[in-house]
Ligand binder design. Structure first.
Ligand SMILES: Cc1ncc(COP(=O)(O)O)c(C=O)c1O
Length: 295
């Protein structure tokens, strides 16, 4: 289903209406930040965590959001869900909140100061994973793009996504489902829209925060969940060889949830099928989302 509306700076507009200025720095420079999240049955999962991360990303770029941005965005989300017919008990929506530094008539990189950030919210129905993704798992390949752990922007969710688009295109050319970034010093980092986990010897391991990753909300949930089901949860510096030798692997993100990874660089991981811990984690997370932990 195609969205019928977008929420733009406090107004619900038809999806095909003009929305933002051609001078918007988000469009011109990727000078913005965003969040992607899920709303099931009208409840936005972990909205507070996403709003905090949006604020941290904005602060990291020196974009000053208005003090009432969290309440304005919360109201905007609910108005949009309603308008899109996704706010009811059976609604399941993927939401995107995008905020840029705003429009500036001046040329150049340095922001003029005093501008007003643009805030946009969009909603789509959640599309179930493509046929086969859950049954056979995803095939991942390494991206030629390396992520630099010393880059101060590495953990911010900025709208400058050219690297990620490039990596997705690489994966498509290789006949894979997605690409995984390695760091400049040779460790596993993350997927193009997800964190990565592996399971080995009773342990669930994921790259640590110093591996140029987005600190995923689902990643945090998984680290807590693992302890409740008797798995050791470990954050550390993992390598491509660790992934190749793992019993199971999976990706985690707010909208897609937990997706099994069964091939890495052309070779099977474990027995080449989605693993039992992966499927259990996916079911646990979907149940959590359905329990309305959010606003
Ligand atoms: C690059 C990247 N890493 C990780 C994640 C997972 O974050 P979260 O679990 O908060 O959705 C995302 C989600 O969009 C992402 O884009």
């Amino acid at each position: 289903m195609v969205p019928r509306h977008a929420w733009v700076d406090g107004r619900l507009l038809p999806a095909d209406a003009p929305h933002i200025s051609a001078f918007d720095r988000g469009f011109q420079l990727g000078d913005g930040v965003f969040e992607t999240l899920r709303a099931r049955g009208g409840h936005v999962t972990e909205l507070d965590l996403h709003l905090s991360r949006l604020g941290r990303s904005a602060a990291g770029l020196g974009i000053r959001l208005p003090d009432d941005a969290p309440s304005e965005i919360t109201g905007g989300i609910h108005a949009l869900l309603e308008a899109e017919g996704l706010g009811g008990a059976d609604g399941d929506a993927a939401l995107r909140i995008t905020t840029s530094r705003g429009a500036s008539p001046a040329r150049g990189l340095l922001p003029p100061g005093g501008g007003r950030p643009t805030i946009v919210i969009q909603a789509w129905p959640v599309v179930p994973p493509p046929a086969g993704h859950l049954e056979r798992g995803l095939a991942l390949v390494p991206s030629a793009v390396r992520r630099d752990p010393t880059n101060p922007l590495a953990s911010l969710k900025t709208t400058s996504r050219a690297d990620y688009v490039y990596a997705r295109l690489e994966a498509r050319r290789a006949g894979a489902d997605d690409a995984l970034f390695l760091t400049t010093d040779g460790h596993l980092s993350e997927g193009t829209t997800a964190n990565v986990f592996l399971v080995r010897d009773g342990e669930m391991a994921t790259p640590s925060l110093d591996c140029a990753i987005l600190p995923g909300t689902t990643r945090d949930w998984l680290l807590r969940w693992a302890r409740t089901v008797g798995l050791r949860a470990a954050e550390g510096r993992l390598t491509a060889a660790d992934l190749a030798a793992a019993d199971e692997a999976f990706l985690s993100s707010s909208v897609a949830g937990i997706l099994p990874v069964t091939r890495w660089a052309g070779a099977p991981i474990g027995d080449g099928r989605p693993g039992p811990w992966t499927l259990r984690a996916r079911a646990g997370r979907e149940a959590f989302i359905g329990e309305a932990h959010g606003s």
